[in-house]
Design a binder for this molecule. Structure first.
Ligand code: SAH
Length: 400
């Protein structure tokens, strides 16, 4: 391993790496023993010169090293092929029969800085570290060997690339996709634009939860908030909901969801509306003095975007979460079900439930928790790497 430049860590900084976390922060490093090259491999040692692992170095990033292996490795096409096949095995076991799923989820698959999504026969790649970005050709070659895809697209128009000194780019890396891709999720068809620098294909992390929440939709009047392409809405409609109303502020998303309902023969019971959920809730929970609001819904789904990207904005985010829960509880019939999700890593399951209970307290509602949800298994959680866990959800029945 002596051929790699060596990075020495401060005392006390080795345990996290030994425990499997791949990030070495700039603040953990004493010095580089030999000159380093950004985007290339280095070996990381503790202050007693014991080797901890090998990974990509980038002096421009606060995450100086992203460890790839505790042992010596050669990062070539075979390396990527082997890691991708291992990741694929996890998905084949967890989601047998699925044709669209996340193939590689960065740290979850020991490939920090790399995300690969599979939308049927189209692959979409995201490289958020310099080391990975420099090796796009190897990754594309490995993906062609494993999947023989129709096309491989790059969707690197993500803001986090700037932390690695990388520009925002997107476009084809192999083949071409001009039309929307037809994606099958649990037997329902979704049309999604995956290329062309447009909005990302579809959120794959709720695949399992779409079906799980839909088991509560039979005979229900359903409200799907933040519906995007209609994932929860269409699954609920197919499962026998009487009616489904879906809200999203993006006109493009609502148009796509409306088309998806049609393709699946579910238009008769689904309606889609372009609306800001906060405004819609205010308008629909307004009651003149001396009148009571009549709750309309048996099942309400809340799946908002992350209201916080960092720890500092958590209090603001909690106010947002509380508000939508208060309003949703006003619109939920006694005995109705609230299925609610939080995709912010900075708000954990306990904190999220605290907010929900604060909303229930305000409304003098008593809730029975009847289900706990997490991200679909193609976004594997490695508890030693806390950042790999971000999506949590609960279903509650209104006891009274
Ligand atoms: N439930 C969706 C994912 C939701 S992602 C699914 O399973 O695919 C968040 C969605 O919320 C996006 O489509 C975005 O357009 C929408 N959105 C964000 N803020 C909103 C707001 N204030 N009101 C309505 N929609 C909003």
């Amino acid at each position: 391993m002596d051929s790699y430049p060596t990075i020495i860590l401060k005392p006390g900084e080795a345990d996290r790496i030994l425990g499997g976390h791949p990030w070495v922060y700039d603040s953990s490093i004493i010095r580089a023993v030999t000159p380093t090259v950004d985007g290339e491999l280095v070996q990381v040692k503790d202050h007693r010169q014991r080797t901890l692992g090998v990974g990509f170095y980038n002096s421009a990033s606060r995450i100086r090293v992203r460890i790839l292996s505790p042992d010596k490795i050669t990062v070539d096409q075979a390396f990527f092929e082997q890691r991708i096949r291992t990741a694929l095995d996890v998905r084949r076991r967890a989601l047998p029969g699925a044709a669209s799923f996340r193939v590689v989820n960065a740290e979850s698959d020991l490939l920090s800085g790399l995300i690969i999504d599979k939308y049927e026969d189209v692959l979409v790649l995201q490289t958020s570290s310099l080391g990975m970005d420099r090796r796009k050709d190897l990754i594309v070659a490995a993906l062609r060997a494993v999947f023989s895809p129709r096309a491989i697209l790059e969707r690197n128009d993500i803001a986090s690339r700037k932390f690695e000194g990388l520009p925002e780019v997107s476009g084809p890396l192999f083949g071409e996709v001009t039309e929307p891709v037809n994606i099958d999720l649990n037997g329902l068809k979704f049309s999604a634009v995956v290329g062309g620098g447009h909005k990302t294909g579809i959120y794959l992390d709720q695949q399992v939860n779409y079906a799980a929440v839909a088991t509560r939709a039979k005979g229900a009047r359903v409200l799907d908030c933040f519906s995007f392409l209609g994932g929860f809405a269409l699954h609920a409609a197919r499962a026998g909901a009487i009616s489904v109303h879906a809200l999203d502020q993006s006109a493009d998303a609502v148009a796509a969801a409306t088309a998806n309902a049609q393709v699946n023969g579910l238009s008769d019971r689904c309606t889609f509306e372009v609306a800001n959920v906060f405004d819609w809730f205010k308008a629909n929970t307004f009651t003149p003095p001396h009148e009571r609001l009549v709750p309309k819904y048996d099942l309400i789904v809340l799946d908002p975007p992350s209201f916080t990207r960092n720890r500092a904005s958590v209090p603001d985010a909690l106010r947002g979460y509380k508000e939508i829960h208060v309003r949703a509880l006003k619109l939920l019939k006694p005995g109705g079900t609230l299925a609610t999700f939080c995709c912010s890593h900075h708000v954990d399951g306990r904190l999220f439930e605290d907010v929900i209970l604060a909303a229930a307290f305000d409304q003098r509602r008593l809730l029975r928790r009847v289900a706990t949800y997490t991200q679909s298994p193609d976004h594997p959680i490695l508890p030693s790497i806390a950042e790999t866990e971000y999506l949590k959800g609960y279903a509650y029945e209104v006891v009274r």
